[in-house]
Write a protein that binds this ligand. Sequence first.
Ligand SMILES: Nc1ncnc2c1ncn2[C@@H]1O[C@H](COP(=O)(O)OP(=O)(O)OP(=O)(O)O)[C@@H](O)[C@H]1O
Ligand SMILES: [Mg+2]
Length: 360
Amino acid sequence: MSLITHPNARELTKSVRATVLVFKDPRSQELLSRIERLAPSEANTLIIGETGTGKELVARHIHHLSRRGREPFVAVNCGAFAETLVESELFGHEKGAFTGATANKAGWFEAANGGTLFLDEIGDLPLNMQVKLLRVLQEREVVRLGSRTPIPINVRLVAATNVNLADAVVAGHFREDLFYRLHVATIRLPPLRERPGDILPLAEFFIEEHCRRLGYERASLSPDAERKLLAHSWPGNIRELENAIHHALLVCRQQKVAPQDLHLVDMRPQSSAALAVSQPGLTSPVNTAPSLESALLALFEQNLPNLFDHIEEVVFREAYRYCHGNQLQTGRLLDISRNIVRARLEKIGELSSSVRNPEN
Ligand SMILES: Nc1ncnc2c1ncn2[C@@H]1O[C@H](COP(=O)(O)OP(=O)(O)OP(=O)(O)O)[C@@H](O)[C@H]1O
Ligand SMILES: [Mg+2]
């Protein structure tokens, strides 16, 4: 198995997990050699992959393998800050630059100076910030908000996205010039279902790690459990696999993980059909509608952001559609007042002024 350990990664990340990468499938090994070739170059790098495929882990690995490995690695989620805050977070500010700026503060670029700045979810960066980011990349200097003095910076940028940035460019959400600037070196992390040779090594790896952490004796997978893992389509990728293993270890008996200990929910109809074909007897009939519990479980395993808001939004939107856009009926269906229905629909942007009709 290809295991890579970072000798000083623990100080960098505090997470045991992030110190080891499992790359066993031929596709992953190819990818690894590409990562190793790209890492020592100074090129800005764009990592593209579905949620949970290991984008951040790969970014840390690139940093570690580069000449900057002993310098700071700063990871920032571009979607985590209010639009008004992004600029001062990225570029820093001087005391008095805006209400609440009570002291001088360095931004992420300065914090990462000499090292690597990892901009996660780069597609969430507001357009006006994209312009400023591009300028920083071109000029290699930042100017803190409220200051006029440029500060030279020496930072390698690694960005990650789980949306197709080329589509975002076409849709006008992402600047084409910045896209090309980032696109110099790209790493596509395939979803776990496209590198099946990684599934069992990763499962073993997580079993070992979680058993150690939980103080359990080392557990093992039954052959049927292995088959079940191999047949699943892993919409939440490696993170979903890790959660499934963690859960299975908590419920399994005598250190043996059986298929029923693995809670895997597949919401894609075509893959549940494939699952039923490849392992008859292990799954419920294909045409059984997924229960609310199993749908929720699948969502939990994907570790989505703002999960509660998302679920609430889906409930209101679907009920409203079901009632053909009638607020009164939607309220009756959900057994809540129409005022609440209207407020929620407004919040999620389902109501334009033309349909905000009190008779409706
Ligand atoms: N090759 C690997 N070997 C071992 N563990 C891995 C590997 N790839 C990912 N992981 C683990 O899987 C989890 C998800 O990885 P990571 O956070 O890097 O994914 P991500 O692509 O950034 O996800 P998201 O899009 O949700 O932010 C982490 O716990 C990470 O340690
Ligand atoms: Mg991530």
